[in-house]
Write a protein of this length. Structure first.
Length: 281
C-alpha cells in the first residue's frame, strides 16, 4: 500500500518523459552536431556551437537584451500585480469576482491576438499616440512599436495575471486579525500593508516573480510581433536559426543556453528562498 502512490504516478512520469525529456535530449544531441551549407547537419559531437555562440558579440547582445526585458517585465509586473491582488482581496465578494474575472479573463484569449491588439495601440498612428497628441502631452508620435519599451508593455499585460494569481494565493493564507489589531492601534492602511501584509506574502511575490521572469525570458510571439525582425530576443533568434538559415545545431545550442540560463536563475532564486526561510526559522 505504501508503494501505491508511486505506481499511480508512473503514467505521469512516462508522459513527461515522452513529451519533455526525449525532445530535450534530442535537442542536446543536435546542438553537438555541425552545420554545413553543402552537407547539411554533420554529426560532430563537439562543443563548437556553444563556443561560437558565447564568443559572438551578436548573440551576447541578444541574450543581454532578453535578460534586460525579462527583468524589467518582472519588476513592472510585481509593482502592478502585488497591490492589485491586495486591493481585490479587500473588495466585497461580488466585486471581487468581477475584478478577478477582469484580471484573469485575458488568459482565455490567445497571446497572439492580444499582441496584435498592442501593435494597433502602439503604432505611430495608433490609439495611444493619438490620445497623447490629443491631450498635448507630446508634440509628435512616440516610437513604441519595434522598441524594447513596446515589448515590455505588451509582456506586462500578458504576464501580470500570473503575478496576481501567485500573490492572491499567498493573501488567502493571511489572518485578518493581525491587520485589524494594527488598525485598532492607530496604524495607517499603508503601514499595515508594508509592515504586516507584505512581509507575510513575500513567498507569493517571489514565486510570482519567478514565473513571470521565466515566461518573459522565453516569450516568442510578443517579442516577434512587437519587436519586429531587427529587435531580436533569444526565442526569435532560435526561430530564425531553425527556419531561415536552417542551421539547426546552432539553434539547438541557443535553446539549450537559454534553458540553462533560466534554470540557473531559478536555482539561485530557490536557494535565496530557502536561506530566507531558514533565517526566519
Amino acid at each position: 500500500m505504501r508503494a501505491a502512490p508511486y505506481w499511480l504516478s508512473v503514467p505521469a512520469f512516462l508522459l513527461y518523459g515522452v513529451l519533455m525529456a526525449v525532445p530535450l535530449a534530442m535537442t542536446c544531441l543536435l546542438s553537438l552536431d555541425r552545420f554545413s551549407a553543402t552537407e547539411g547537419i554533420v554529426p560532430a559531437y563537439s562543443l563548437a556551437n556553444y563556443a561560437a555562440v558565447l564568443a559572438d558579440p551578436y548573440y551576447q547582445q541578444i541574450y543581454l537584451r532578453t535578460l534586460w526585458i525579462a527583468l524589467v517585465t518582472t519588476v513592472a509586473s510585481l509593482l502592478i500585480g502585488t497591490p492589485e491582488a491586495w486591493i481585490i482581496s479587500r473588495l466585497q465578494p461580488r466585486w471581487r469576482g468581477i475584478c478577478l474575472l477582469a484580471v484573469l479573463g485575458p488568459l482565455l484569449i490567445s497571446v497572439v491576438v492580444r499582441t496584435l491588439g498592442w501593435t494597433i495601440l502602439l503604432a505611430r498612428e495608433g490609439l495611444l499616440n493619438q490620445a497623447l497628441l490629443g491631450v498635448g502631452l507630446v508634440s509628435r508620435p512616440v516610437e513604441l512599436l519595434y522598441t524594447q519599451t513596446g515589448i515590455v508593455i505588451a509582456l506586462v499585460h500578458v504576464l501580470v495575471p500570473f503575478m496576481v494569481i501567485a500573490v492572491w494565493t499567498a493573501l488567502q493564507r493571511l489572518d485578518p486579525a493581525g491587520e485589524m489589531a494594527a488598525l485598532s492601534l492607530g496604524a495607517s492602511k499603508a503601514a499595515v500593508f508594508f509592515r504586516i501584509v507584505l512581509p507575510q506574502i513575500v513567498p507569493g511575490v517571489l514565486s510570482g516573480s519567478l514565473i513571470v521572469f521565466s515566461l518573459a525570458a522565453s516569450a516568442f510571439a510578443t517579442p516577434a510581433l512587437i519587436g519586429g525582425r531587427r529587435l531580436k530576443v533569444a526565442a526569435t533568434a532560435i526561430y530564425d536559426e531553425y527556419l531561415f538559415t536552417l542551421d539547426w545545431p546552432t539553434g539547438a545550442a541557443l535553446a539549450i543556453l537559454l534553458l540553462a540560463g533560466v534554470l540557473a536563475i531559478v536555482a539561485l532564486w530557490g536557494r535565496f528562498l530557502e536561506r530566507r526561510d531558514r533565517m526566519r526559522g
